[in-house]
Design a protein. Structure first.
Length: 456
């Protein structure tokens, strides 16, 4: 029983997270990681040569930040174009021969911004990822005897098939790889049939399953008896209104995961995700517009960047100062839950930011306000853009579904409430077009909250 009651999955490392001792360890590992990338990865060697630096010139983390600009999808897109989508050449350039010889699984992001980001998985990857997700699962209450239903996309999706390797050290845990492609009816049916105790997937899918459960299961989603939801790949589980709705409907605890190596705790109020990978990956913030470093202080907001400290292991962030374009807010003070690791929450995505009268507004913030009015509205909505963002000519246009029990005569009053709440929380007054319940398409993966009419 002693092992099952331990505080952390890794009692040697996790107590040291976010401490001066682990920072010193990172400083010792970084030079080797830089040299490995220079000597083995053409993409990285070209970056450093273009900057006029060699690995030996980088003697501190400050030198590192000054020498190399962050990279992400835009730089990958340039590589795709340079090699004319000859993917063998692309992979070799981006990842290097040694790692490509070790590759056994190829996945990507969902490609919501147009170009999927490649996430190859290497043999050396699996042990590191199994360790990190052992930490995540343990903090989320995963124990022997649990059955985890995987609802992320299994077709090329970076959050799907790798589950089969992520939790391989979690002995006694059974994975049920259903996949988002199976559709909501099968997902619900299989979870009931195989008596799943935990579910992993997107918040969008978890919300959609609530709507389908009465029809498919003959009762509310709570009847499945799930104890835990592990949700990620998009904002939602960290939005208080969405989180509260999910926990009430499922009768389960909701844990936010992803956008890095993190997992939220079970404190009654959302505290952000605890970063659990200080010994494997360096985390930093940059200003999304100037790309300059942002000090990692309590409450700081910036675009997250990641640098692998063991790049030959090929954990999902393969490149130096790699960014997913997510905007994070970090919290470095101790968490009231008592667990280690600084915390971060997703504010939005740099490429999804809208500016209304000069004020930054993120879709995730709008989603939070909208879900505060459920069940008078279904929670489904779209942001209608008639011009290319980020600038939005006010008012911001929203399509919102009203709830099944709401009369059309009630809509003007409900609209006034939503607009006033938006003004109070987000400093803007939207124009709302009302839609009947279930008029908007539901997503089994990520919901596209932006309706880009300017592209039509």
């Amino acid at each position: 029983m002693g092992q099952l009651s331990k505080k952390y999955w890794n009692m040697d490392v996790e107590p040291l997270l976010n401490t001066p001792e682990i920072r010193e360890r990172q400083k010792g590992m970084l030079p080797r990681a830089i040299r490995y990338c220079y000597e083995n990865v053409p993409f990285e060697r070209r970056r450093m040569d273009a900057a006029g630096v060699k690995p030996e010139d980088i003697r501190s983390f400050g030198d590192f930040q000054r020498a190399l600009k962050p990279v992400g999808q835009a730089e990958f897109r340039e590589v795709f174009e340079e090699f004319e989508l000859d993917m063998d050449k692309v992979w070799l350039h981006l990842f290097g021969k040694d790692r490509m010889d070790d590759m056994f699984l190829l996945t990507t992001t969902s490609g919501t911004t147009g170009v999927p980001t490649p996430y190859p998985v290497f043999h050396k990857t699996t042990e590191t990822m199994a360790e990190l997700f052992g930490r995540i699962g343990w903090r989320a209450g995963m124990r022997p005897g649990d059955k985890l239903a995987v609802g992320f996309g299994l077709s090329m999706h970076a959050a799907g098939t790798p589950h089969l390797f992520w939790y391989k050290r979690s002995h006694g845990v059974t994975l049920i790889p259903i996949g988002a492609e199976a559709g909501t009816e099968r997902i619900l049916t299989y979870m009931k049939l195989f008596k799943a105790t935990m579910f992993s997937g997107t918040p969008s899918l978890a919300l959609h399953l609530i709507e389908r459960a009465p029809e498919v299961l003959g009762g509310p989603i709570k009847n499945l008896g799930l104890k835990t939801l592990l949700l990620g790949a998009e904002p939602g589980a960290g939005i208080p209104e969405v989180r509260s709705r999910l926990e009430n409907e499922y009768g389960a605890k909701v844990f936010d995961i992803g956008a890095g190596y993190g997992v939220s705790c079970d404190h009654p109020e959302y505290q952000g995700m605890h970063w659990i990978a200080d010994d494997h990956c360096m985390y930093e913030l940059i200003d999304p517009e100037t790309r300059e470093p942002v000090p990692l202080t309590h409450g700081a907001i910036g675009q997250a960047c990641f640098t692998p400290l063991e790049p030959e292991s090929g954990i999902f962030f393969h490149h130096l100062r790699f960014t997913l374009s997510d905007i994070h807010q970090v919290f470095t003070d101790p968490c009231p839950c008592g667990l280690s690791g600084f915390r971060y929450k997703i504010v939005g995505r740099a490429d999804d930011m809208l500016k209304v009268k000069g004020t930054p507004v993120y879709p995730a913030a709008i989603q939070g306000v909208i879900n505060g009015f459920v069940p008078r509205i279904t929670g489904a909505f779209r942001i209608v853009l008639t011009e290319k963002p980020p600038r939005v000519v006010p008012p911001l246009k929203l399509k919102v579904e009203f709830g099944e029990t709401v009369r059309e005569a009630d809509l003007p009053g409900l609209e006034r409430e939503i607009v006033e709440k938006m003004h109070h929380m987000l400093h803007m007054r939207p124009a709302i077009t009302w839609l009947k319940p279930f008029a908007l398409e539901r997503a089994s993966k990520k919901t596209q909250l932006l309706e880009k009419q300017y592209e039509q």
